[in-house]
Write a protein that binds this ligand. Structure first.
Ligand code: 5GP
Length: 187
């Protein structure tokens, strides 16, 4: 994969990765977001093929077996993975492809694609992360608990990535991310 760029955006659930990515896509038409496959159930308003490809565990395991995923991970009891072909096609077309994924998958991408630009999004504090996760209102208490436990491990991985961006204020975080992406990607 040589023509375009892979931009990896990782960090714990609830940190605001999705909001950041949506805003980046609104602002910059050269960016393309890879749509992941998952076995988790759709949340109200989520659309198959737009937010995720929602599949069952058998379908996901078939994707693993046929190597159609660039990376995949099990996260809080569900599978999540990046379909390989859409990413390879867009990179071949010279697009800058964003992967918005959790840390285990992000590590695999970093290992396998050395020229990936990687950004880890941090919350201003753990208490604020918990507050954001609870305020989203779309996860059960059990799921929030699992996500927070996972977040403790994930936050320790921040230093493994090229840039650490604190999402304290959305506009300020976006500005820092745009500076990183557009100075690094134009090289
Ligand atoms: P959610 O259930 O909140 O949509 O996503 C849970 C976590 O899975 C988030 O941290 C999200 O970034 C991550 N995720 C989404 N798609 C993928 C993917 O394709 N691969 C991996 N490894 N993680 C993903």
């Amino acid at each position: 994969m040589t023509k375009g760029k892979l931009i990896l955006i990782t960090g714990p659930s609830g940190v605001g990765k999705g909001t950041i990515v949506r805003e980046l896509l609104n602002r910059h038409s050269q960016l393309y977001l890879s749509i992941s496959a998952t076995t988790r159930s759709p949340r109200p308003g989520e659309v198959n093929g737009k937010d995720y490809y929602f599949v069952n565990p058998c379908q996901f395991e078939a994707m693993i077996a046929s190597q159609t995923l660039l990376e995949w991970a099990e996260y809080t009891g569900n599978y999540y993975g990046t379909p390989r072909q859409q990413v390879e096609t867009k990179i071949e077309q010279g697009r800058w492809v964003i992967l918005e994924i959790e840390v285990q998958g992000a590590r695999k991408i970093k290992k396998n694609f050395s020229n990936t630009l990687s950004l880890f999004i941090l919350p201003p504090s753990f208490a604020e992360l918990e507050h954001r996760l609870r305020n989203r209102g779309n996860n059960s208490d059990t799921d929030i608990h699992k996500r927070l436990e996972q977040a403790k491990l994930e936050l320790q991985a921040a230093v493994e990535f090229d840039y650490q961006i604190i999402n304290d204020d959305l506009d300020a975080a976006l500005q820092r991310i745009e500076t990183v992406i557009f100075s690094e990607c134009s090289q």
